[in-house]
Design a protein around this ligand. Structure first.
Ligand code: MEV
Length: 315
């Protein structure tokens, strides 16, 4: 029996990853086609809480390290809604690839929080829900900006500033992106710690790059609003070079960016915390996204996802 169900989806960062941790502006995109689903069953007294997932099946109390954030989400949400976390069976089915910059940890946490609340017959306010997802994100990677936690439950691009959401970003004309998996997983915690260490060693250099990344956000938002793919793409490609300067790109990511630009993409960049993960490429026109995806697979991406952001209604 299922007493509660919750869902959330993946995300891609259009501009501002890493800089957002230091309060700079950023924009992230929901990726609705890649979903995480959680189901909760209320257990009779005396049965220990348990988890079923592709990574691990067993008692909640003894999950392996990579599932500690999930256990934290179950615990935090259960306490919030007055359920005993030791009497829940939680099942997770997630299509969001792990360690690929697509918000897997936040999406799974958001699905779990929603499922636990549903099992208690409760609807959480967006702020309470966000705080519960963030409790899990802090276990996953220390000092999360909250951008992932907001975007995995959003239905439109999210703009962030000073670690706070600034509302949805208008889209003036449909734009198509291809997300290309590098095939390499990487840890957000490690990438964020790398930037922190570099900033401690060379504050002026890293702060300069963070400022430049932040300054790209207004032009990118304007280009989205007016539907100018060339300007949007130019901002993305510039962001990739800045992210490379702070040490979070990799040869595989650089090669995929070059491959995208080589077949005429309007722009391309790593997306998420980097080190591995995915590249986000902007098709020059929605009609050319299929060819761009094929080129990225030919360049070595084991899989791609194509996504079109619709024009904002009534714009
Ligand atoms: C991770 O998807 C995005 C980062 O900016 C970290 C964060 O925002 O917490 C690298």
């Amino acid at each position: 029996p299922v007493d509660g169900t919750g869902r959330a989806h993946g995300k891609a960062i259009l501009i501002g990853e890493h800089a957002v941790v230091y309060g700079a502006a950023a924009i992230a995109l929901p990726v609705p086609s890649v979903e995480a689903i959680a189901q909760v069953e209320l257990l009779p007294a005396g049965s220990p809480g348990s988890l079923t997932s592709r990574l691990h099946t067993g008692p909640l109390a003894t999950v392996p390290a990579e599932l500690m954030p999930v256990a934290a989400a179950v615990h935090a949400a259960a306490i919030e809604v007055g359920l005993d976390p030791d009497r829940l069976h939680v099942r997770i089915d997630s299509e969001v690839p792990i360690g690929r910059g697509m918000g897997s940890s936040a999406a799974v946490a958001a699905a779990v929080v929603a499922a636990v609340a549903d099992a208690a017959g409760r609807t959480l306010s967006p702020e309470v829900r966000h705080e519960l997802i963030q409790e899990s994100e802090r276990v996953a990677h220390g000092n999360p900006s909250g951008l992932d936690a907001r975007t995995v439950v959003a239905d439109a691009p999210v703009r962030f500033l000073r670690r706070r959401p600034q509302g949805a970003v208008p889209v003036g004309a449909p734009v198509s992106f291809v997300i290309a998996d590098s095939g390499v997983s990487a840890s957000t915690a490690v990438a964020v710690a790398t930037v922190r260490a570099r900033r401690e060693a060379a504050p002026a250099v890293i702060d300069g790059v963070i400022e430049e990344l932040g300054a790209l956000v207004d032009p990118v938002a304007d280009a989205l609003a007016t539907g100018e793919a060339a300007a949007l793409g130019a901002g993305m490609t510039r962001a990739h070079h800045l992210l490379r300067e702070i040490g979070v790109s990799s040869p595989v990511l650089d090669d995929l960016v070059e491959a995208a630009l080589g077949v005429g993409a309007a722009g391309a960049k790593l997306t998420g915390s980097g080190g591995g993960g995915c590249v986000l490429a902007l098709a020059r026109t929605p009609g050319s996204a299929g060819a761009l995806a094929a080129a990225l697979r030919a360049a070595g991406a084991p899989r791609t996802w194509t996504m079109t952001l619709p024009k904002t209604p009534d714009l």
